[in-house]
Design a protein around this ligand. Sequence first.
Ligand code: SAH
Ligand code: SF4
Ligand code: F3S
Length: 457
Amino acid sequence: MARKLFIKTYGCQMNVYDSARMADVLAPIGFERTDTAQDADLVVLNTCHIRERAAEKVYSEIGRLRLMREARREAGEGDMLIAVAGCVAQAEGDEVRRRAPSVDIVVGPQAYHRLGGMVRRILADRGERIVDTDFPTETKFDSLPEQSAPQGAAAFLTIQEGCDKFCTFCVVPYTRGAEYSRPVGDIRNEAIKLVGQGTQEITLLGQNVNAYHGVGEDGETWTLAQLIRELAKIDGLERIRFTTSHPRDMDDDLIAAHGDTPKLMPYLHLPVQSGSDRILKRMNRGHGREAYFRIVEHLRAVRPDLALSSDFIVGFPGETDQDFEDTLDLIRQVNFAQAYSFKYSERPGTPAAEHQDQVPEAMKSERLQRLQALLNEQQLAFNEAMADRVVPVLFDRRGKKPGQLVGRSPWLQATHIDLDPVRADALFGAVSDVRVARGAPNGLVGSLADPKQESAA
Ligand code: SAH
Ligand code: SF4
Ligand code: F3S
């Protein structure tokens, strides 16, 4: 009988990709994915260490699982293995062991291709506990199984991992290690396989995706722009995106690709973190506000309808009222379609955590509120401007009610439509034109542009 696997994913899209690949690793030894922890024989928490709150969540989740496991054992329903994977495992594997003795396996993001072996060992000897947070010399990508479960109409594909930039607030260079780029041929093969399984849109992933420098089949080092143009040749692959980019690696050719490669979608997530030159320097971002404006200007020159998204940190150590005003000013000048924003969180071991001039929590909260009010206003205006337009939407999710579909516009707006259920089944997983009725804070609402498509034939 198949064993049940439940994976809970925290953090960034790279963890979403890793979770799918961990499921692929565990399938050959009999594990099938399930949607609840309740009936799982193995629970994997794929964790994130980026902010303190993210990391702390893991320990409370382990507590809940431990109680669930005890109840299962008492009811004679079998056992439950608990594995902690991802960036918390990497950053504080020993602490996980100490604080949470109920955890059976601690596996870092570079070691999950060995997860099958670890699980087998524990099933053979229930007393054992394993910690594997090595950065192996062979890469996990070379050791992953050929077989993979279909990822749906819109899929992630990790092409690059790790980071050498060492922004002073960030744990990623410590949890994911040095920059590594997968070879072009491997990426193309994986993309072709995804398309064969029904994927139409691929988002290329990397902590520093535009620092991509993988080896091509010609033996040369390829850039992200070259890779995108190559993948655009794949028949059936309709849309390409990439995330997350660093402004420093936004080279001219990659900017040009936004103008000359129609499959590359007009949406770019380009985190800037702050609009203050002083803070950007303290963050070790390696560029100032003017450089960011220039990049945006060049991008919009080749792709006028480009939607921009970003990440912001408020309350970085030493951030003054003026620094914060500079950030608001940058936001007003650029005009973002979407953005993520966070209060600075002190991360142990990072240089910024050592600063004496930490910003008080209340001030961080107040700044975050003002920043988000401005960003929300811009996002709503961007969505509302789509009213009455016809946009191609890839329907990759189902809504709550029968017949409801949720898809993504080219500008990554979540787009909702209501159909009769038979029609919804027929359109699921494909691109259809939608007439937008209205823009909402978090996306678009509309109906099929061609009324003939509305009802089932
Ligand atoms: N590589 C990406 C970011 C990856 S982390 C880049 O260079 O932009 C995702 C986001 O988390 C960051 O962009 C940043 O806004 C936020 N973040 C990272 N460390 C943080 C910290 N210590 N406190 C608050 N937010 C943080
Ligand atoms: Fe973190 Fe900076 Fe690297 Fe992004 S570029 S992952 S923020 S260190
Ligand atoms: Fe979090 Fe690790 Fe991603 S710290 S944001 S899961 S790289």
